[in-house]
Design a protein around this ligand. Sequence first.
Ligand code: SF4
Ligand code: SF4
Length: 279
Amino acid sequence: MNGIIFDLQRASFVDGPGVRTTVFFKGCNLNCLWCHNPEGINPKRALLRYPEKCSACGKCTAICPTKQSDCMLCGKCALLCPNDALELCGRIVSVDDVFAEIEKDRAYYEKSGGGVTFSGGECMLQIDFLEEILKKCKDANISTAIDTAGNVAWSHFERVMPYTDIFLYDVKCISGRLHIQGTGVSNKQIKENLIKLASQFSGKIVVRIPVIGGYNATHEEMNAIAEFLASLNISQVELLPYHKLGMHKNEAAGVSYKDFTEPPTDFLTEWKNRLNSII
Ligand code: SF4
Ligand code: SF4
């Protein structure tokens, strides 16, 4: 079985415990205005252009089979461009291809308590592909994590829970109006799925909250999140402060974005402590 990914990072330390391999699935059904992986939103392969890097040398047009009139995503121009002004984003890969990469770092996972994290985009949208890789990792005794925004049918969770050790579950805000403003979609299903997951999943659930100045970095919204999480069986809460890395990719990916601000450190410290004390 094949799927589409836009990145695979080995030796990662940010998406779960220990040394990890993170696989970024392509395609997402949210459109967060602060997204720092905007190239992962479109579910299809695409040619990204960074005009600010282009020196107008003309090599891309010269090598292009269609003279850049009707791109067929061959990738020749991106390989040739001397300034990395072009990038072919998205790779069709098989379960075996991805597993072969994951398996390379097995010794590091064992030593560090790490494993593999499936992220994105939204990895749960490619549910057949995800389920098959998860099964393969579990059969090989490799620890697994899913990083999800939770906006999928509950049946998807039921399919992957038996092969998953950790869920990294994003909660952006509790206000439905604010959620639609920031992501383009309602958070009704996201909240319902987290409530069900917390009552049925026996592994670890880490709730991750992107904290964004000018959006949800208010005591009012953090209080609402605290109230929502207080009655759920959550292992840990992580705050992910807004940063501007990746913003240069929005225009290349054709994704709209807004320039938010980084939240104050004392606000982050206060809410990290408060949220972890109530769960
Ligand atoms: S090859 Fe790269 S630098 Fe040259 S014109 Fe094309 S995009 Fe610009
Ligand atoms: S990816 Fe291939 S077809 Fe598309 S613009 Fe580049 S060289 Fe042309």
